[in-house]
Design a protein around this ligand. Sequence first.
Ligand SMILES: *Cc1c(COP(=O)(O)O)cnc(C)c1O
Length: 463
Amino acid sequence: MRYISTRGASPAVGFLDAVLAGLAPDGGLYVPETWPSFTQAEIADFAGRPYAHVATEVLGKFVGDEIARETLSDMCDEAYATFTHPAVVPLTQIAPGGFIAELFHGPSLAFKDVAMQLLARLSDHVLALRHRTQTILCATSGDTGGAAVEAFRGRENTKIIAMFPDGRISEVQRRFMTTASEANVACVAVNGTFDDCQAILKLALADDGLKQAVGLSAVNSINFARIVAQSVYYFTTAVALGAPHRPVAFAVPSGNFGDGFAGYVAKTMGLPISSILVATNANDILARAFQTGRYTRGAVQTTQSPAMDIQSASNFERLYFEGVKRDGVETGRAFASFIETGVIDIPPQALAHMRETFQGLMVSEGETSRTILATFNETGEVIDPHTAVGVSAFQRTRKFDAPVIILATASPAKFPEAVSAVIGEIPVVPRRARGLADKPERFDHLPADIEAVKAYVLNFAST
Ligand SMILES: *Cc1c(COP(=O)(O)O)cnc(C)c1O
């Protein structure tokens, strides 16, 4: 299996190189040259199989012969053994025809663990093969940093530096990073906002000297391996509800559109998904794009669901590329001009293709709170604000021709302040997160300045 860039101007590479690179050299995102697929009988055979088995089958289609099947199978077993629920991603019914898929039973209590645990093992494998080491610089508004630290702590070929905006993330989110005691982990509180952290990361990644010196890489959701890892739970949950013999629908709380695009991948591979509801908070660039055909950036607003406070959804480029019939020149033009203008007018045919699968819906802060409360009162389930955005979108849509699976992307215990303000109770903290409050923290402070961060990275990489 070869991987091409959505901007059409980079040479095709194999799976391992696509994983190692993240972003393609022409600034595009990697996608497979052709989409693999399963027969309906193969999908039916996933029923009742362990999660890691389905993960191996799905990953196997994209890895090709670059990793031996047994090695891949071991990686999946190990990655999903870190989850505390035997189903890895269990389903809970919350309404007639409405189910939540709990993606938060991993080490950092958010769905980013599902992909990050696998990515860490894939990275280890390819770094060892290539006799290389890497330094991951990560900018986080909360969940990605915790998931990345949990996945990469103690790994021999990798050093990881997690940058977060000082005082702007929850205490639980911070402690998931700063209590790691392994020598290959460093945490930095940046005196600025998340946007400052992200701008510093971009400058660092564009600095060839630094890149060469420390083997700099990033772990955000542009990495294609993360998308594939996320398409696995579309299969396991759909099959549990009767697919492929009957179709299912999904509601997906969305920010960078990695999760939503993973659903498109599952559908393209043959899973009968009748529709995917893309639910956003007030940062509704995606919801508006599907509704109006215009992808236009707004100002970032702070909400109760901070992991979705995003106004440019990187993975939308992958869907656009499919929509314009894989025209890399057109995709490159559209996304290069988006940087200057903040607008893309989606061509009618591409929009029609997108609407065959996706519908967009924006959920307000008031609706989010009311949904947390109503779900608690009606079912006893405590849901976090991100999940509530998905549940609210499901409830507002109603007219589904199939059972709906709402992706529950974070544990309520990760957002205790927001949840208890609504239901008047502090969510139960899962056992593995209980010691967090007593462990010593370890982090440094830096100004929001690329030169300061660069010096820090060089120094840490050489220790
Ligand atoms: C990252 C994240 C999302 C958004 O997922 P995307 O793939 O970026 O759309 C939603 N909820 C939580 C809790 C997250 O951490």
